[in-house]
Design a binder for this molecule. Structure first.
Ligand SMILES: *Cc1c(COP(=O)(O)O)cnc(C)c1O
Length: 409
């Protein structure tokens, strides 16, 4: 019989009753160091007092009113995002997929409303992940995610990452713009070269097409700047945010320049929940912390500690890990053996990490981790490497994750 909770996720047999900072506890008292942060989402860690208080206070006042009325919390959050980015205007929604849908619609609408309706095609990249709606599945590159779901919207062309020749070849009279993740998270922590991002900006300007960035995973401080594209010295025309923006509360956003945003006139796009008082109170509380003086510098400093440690780890254990990838606190270790076994061994050591494509173990800890959290994670990873001959026996199959979790007391 099918479980009441639809079994579309492969879940490890672990459940957490509470957390604090980068730590999570199970009911039976086991402690885990959370270097997955709910898939790069719990940006302030667990139980952050400022975020908890903001949500509790707003929940007691009013949670939801609908977008038929003004929402001061959303106006404030939008203004703060505008003040700290390339954007002139912000649309709030509830998830990364919904943000990317909004981004795609905004790009197409901007072309259609400026007399270039034939320009509807968007260039995307091999390895891309933009969400699970039909539109974002079409923009993503993973055919397994599309299988069995029938036709997806047309108008997406995929080219290899970091190949300017391929991008130039793909641009045609129907091209509307380019959509790219500065670092592919799900795709294996693969980075778009900074030079490549700059070249994409130039080619978009050359052809009068739009640059869209999916910063759902890389944005909101994850890479040590508020947005990852700042490090390439470029600005997009439109950008999708979600994951870390609400610190664990569901919130997404599309940020755009006036030239793009002005075409979404009243009635053209919408959402019921998007940007409600509760979600925006959470977003404002997250921004309070991320924009506090010194916070992003501290993210960068901890990222440097972690990356240096991971580089040493890979040098010392080249039989387990072959490569360090990523930037800031979005890092990947390419595994030599099956990634599922290493993830299981990490969990057995009390370290939660994430899978990614290309056999990569992804680390995306809360942005508030301490130096000591970094040291502890590195020590746990060393122990995993040290016992790498043993853990094949402990969990010799990809199902092993569950069993190890059950036995890791
Ligand atoms: C997670 C993710 C999405 C999808 O976000 P959901 O909130 O799951 O819809 C889209 N793009 C990127 C880059 C992501 O990491």
């Amino acid at each position: 019989m099918i479980p009441a909770l639809l079994p579309n996720f492969v879940r490890a047999d672990l459940s957490f009753s509470h957390g604090e900072g980068a730590r999570l506890w199970t009911d039976d008292g086991r402690t885990f160091l959370d270097f997955g942060a709910g898939i790069a989402t719990s940006s302030l860690g667990h139980g952050h007092p400022h975020l908890v208080a903001a949500i509790a206070e707003q929940a007691a006042k009013v949670m939801h009113v609908s977008n038929l009325w003004r929402i001061p919390q959303a106006e404030t959050l939008a203004q703060r995002l505008v003040d700290n980015s390339f954007a002139d205007s912000v649309f709030f929604c509830n998830s990364g997929a919904e943000a990317n849908e909004g981004l795609i619609k905004m790009m197409r609408k901007a072309m259609a409303s400026s007399g270039r309706a034939e320009r509807h095609r968007i260039i995307c990249f091999d390895g891309a992940f933009h969400g699970r709606t039909l539109g974002t599945l079409a923009a993503g590159s993973n055919p397994a995610y599309r299988r069995g779901f029938g036709p997806v919207p047309a108008g997406f062309d995929h080219v290899p990452l970091n190949s300017m020749n391929a991008v130039r070849d793909a641009i045609g009279p129907e091209t509307c713009g380019i959509l790219i993740e500065p670092i592919q998270g799900d795709g294996g922590v693969r980075q778009a070269d900074r030079r490549f991002l700059r070249a994409l900006r130039s080619v978009c300007d050359e052809y009068g097409i739009l640059l869209g960035l999916d910063e759902v995973q890389t944005g909101m401080g994850r890479t040590g700047t508020l947005f990852a594209h700042e490090q390439a010295g470029i600005a997009p025309d439109v950008m999708a945010l979600a994951k870390g923006i609400g610190g664990g509360f569901p919130l997404g956003a599309v940020l755009a320049t006036e030239a793009v945003a002005k075409h979404l006139t009243p009635g053209t796009h919408g959402t019921t929940f998007g940007g409600n008082p509760l979600a925006c109170a959470a977003g404002n509380a997250v921004l309070d912390v991320i924009l506090a003086p010194g916070f992003l510098a501290s993210v960068q400093r901890k990222a440097d500690i972690l990356k240096a440690g991971l580089t040493r780890l890979v040098n010392d254990h080249s039989g387990v890990f072959s490569e360090v990838r990523g930037d800031g606190l979005l890092l990947g270790l390419r595994c030599v053996g099956p990634q599922a076994e290493i993830l299981a061994a990490c969990a057995a050591e009390g370290l939660l990490a994430l899978p990614a494509s290309e056999n990569v173990l992804r680390l995306a800890p809360p942005l508030v981790i301490s130096d000591d959290d970094c040291d502890q994670a590195l020590r746990k990873l060393r122990r995993v490497c040290g016992s790498s001959r043993g853990f094949r026996r402990v969990c010799g199959s990809s199902r092993g994750f569950r069993r190890v979790c059950e036995s890791s007391r």
